[in-house]
Design a protein around this ligand. Sequence first.
Ligand code: NAG
Ligand code: NAG
Length: 369
Amino acid sequence: MGRGKWTAHFALIVLFRINLALANWMYLGMLGASMPSEGPKNYDIPRSDEPANYGTSICSSVPGLVTKQKNVCEEQPSSMNAVIVGIRRGILECQQQFQSERWNCTPEGDDNVFGYTLTRGSRETAFIHGILSAGVVHGLTEACSAGNLTMCSCDRSQEGLSTPEGWKWGGCSDNVQFATMFARHFVDAPEKESRKSSRKRDVRDMMNLHNNNAGRLAISRYMQRKCRCHGVSGSCELKTCWKKLPSFVEVGNYLKRKYDESVLISLKPRKRLRRRGKRKVPVRKDDLVYINKSPNYCIEDPANGIFGTSGRLCNKTSTGPDGCNLLCCGRGYNTQVVTHVNRCHCKFHWCCYVTCRKCTTELEIYTCK
Ligand SMILES: *[C@@H]1O[C@H](CO)[C@@H](O)[C@H](O)[C@H]1NC(C)=O
Ligand SMILES: *[C@@H]1O[C@H](CO)[C@@H](O)[C@H](O)[C@H]1NC(C)=O
């Protein structure tokens, strides 16, 4: 067993010492994450494009999968690799999008991924559902096009058809419809099961389902058309086009805007979601929706999965959310001078070596009190 594998297994064992009640499918994204070096804040989540090959053994060992998800996992183990890659991509993009905000999408310690934030029903809950759900569609679509899954391949349904503009569909279009359908089946399963069995969590379930769907829609919305010209020396006598997945950063930027504009909703049992306050304005399918206001995330509160901003790096001159004033919640900041030693003034000597000098630069860094 290679060292990497061993680390992954070690991480599995440790991470599984968890609160099962809070675990869910998102936990798949933490497989292979190595333990934090210091404190609970530094999970090293594998880059999303690192291969994930856990086989069917994960289907029963991952806590928090509901029956339908376990079935999908057992029937389509190769799809799970794509799901895992997609969830990781979602988590990493979430951290990228929120890196300079008070809530910065940090996994919440040993016992769950985002369990506290998920139970909160806040706009952060909404974002997590949206971005991870989008990640799953993205990962699956890619795997379909790469020919890695037996159940799907490129979308060739339009191949050869001409359009009014005079070009033809051709090549391998990314099969976002299939991935969307599959992702819905997998990702929405817990809320659908819980809605069947009890009416109590109806509002929360509807909120999650809505946001999962908004995440999936974000992928279709940004599908691109790529074209290639054929003909004598690039004259575009014949143009063939295909549909291509957006980069995930684009999806992340879009969902972050949706987070900024997310909609506070309420719901009468078994009725539709409604905006709180401005009831005349309908809730759109692509809106992220939430039911509870967020805490300010300023003060550490382990019982609620809040890390606080003490110790976070801030920017003294920025007036944005990363500025020391906002990020540190008015508590002030510490200044530290760190010295970087770099190689500099390098010279190449014939032949063949390089000499450099050492330069030191001093940098002030600011951390919240
Ligand atoms: C497809 O499978 C190969 C081999 O396992 C892997 O290297 C590649 O990353 C996969 N691609 C996608 C998009 O899943
Ligand atoms: C701090 O914020 C200012 C103003 O927004 C920006 O120009 C600068 O690059 C930032 N510094 C760092 C270290 O991010």
